[in-house]
Write a protein that binds this ligand. Structure first.
Ligand SMILES: [Zn+2]
Length: 247
């Protein structure tokens, strides 16, 4: 069930069956010369939307802007600073908790988001702790590539040239979902360099076309479909485990 295509009475009905909600979360940022700007929010959204076709889970609208300051020298990137991101995650969570959701499952598509999302959870719990009350909800963060079996499959599909940004696995997922938007380029070098992440000027000088350690030319819609199928099943399993009492 997709929240944005549901009504409030349908949402109220769902709350009688479950108080767990999945929030895809990512970033809108450059993904090399052929990766879609939305890749990091599209991947968790594609997987969550696929998962809800076969299971009674509720998926909230995608939180599609995140920690992307280092990509700002590439056009199309939109970034939140950490304090803004944390404040926004806090209000998303408080809104959902206000309706009675008690398990908030963030399915993440951007490694750069992890530290700040976890810090946002700590802020939410601290509010409750200092006030001497129960938070009334639990938050969980899972990266889509950490769902059961997904990272292993990506390693099998791309034993060389996977890299860490504009990876063939994430680009394959978007190719499967949006086959009319598959792009091509001559990569030089074929596998991009790797290194540290600092501010935007430093990033663009180190990684001329925006990739890090990857060869996106290895991606295909077929490989993306295999990843989505496995990740969607893994998401349902992870959600069921999280909504179990005491989890
Ligand atoms: Zn990415």
């Amino acid at each position: 069930m997709l929240l944005h295509l549901s009504t409030w009475p349908e949402t109220e009905d769902f709350l009688r069956r479950s108080t767990t909600v999945v929030v895809p979360i990512g970033s809108n940022e450059q993904h090399g010369p052929t990766g879609l700007l939305g890749t990091d929010w599209l991947c968790p959204e594609i997987i969550a939307h696929e998962a809800q076709k076969n299971a009674d889970i509720l998926v909230a609208p995608t939180f599609n802007i995140g920690m992307a300051q280092h990509h700002l020298d590439f056009p199309g990137t939109i970034a939140l600073r950490p304090s803004t991101f944390m404040a926004a995650i806090g209000d998303w969570t408080r809104s959902l908790a206000h309706h009675g959701f008690t398990k908030i499952f963030f399915l993440n598509g951007h490694g750069g988001n992890v530290a700040t999302i976890e810090a946002a959870f700590s802020e939410l719990y601290a509010d409750a702790s200092f006030a001497g009350r129960s938070a009334g909800f639990a938050c969980k963060l899972t990266n889509w590539w950490d769902l059961k079996g997904v990272f292993r499959l990506a390693q099998q599909q791309f034993p060389v040239g996977h890299g860490s940004h504009a990876t063939p696995s994430e680009i394959a997922v978007t190719q499967w979902a949006y086959p009319d938007h598959v792009k091509a380029a001559n990569y030089a070098p074929q596998i991009a360099p790797s290194g540290p992440i600092r501010e935007a000027k430093d990033f663009r000088s180190r990684y001329a076309d925006g990739r890090m350690g990857s060869d996106p030319g290895l991606a295909s819609p077929e490989k993306g479909g295999e990843l989505v199928k496995l990740a969607a099943a893994g998401l349902v399993e992870a959600v069921r485990a999280f909504e179990a009492p005491g989890a």
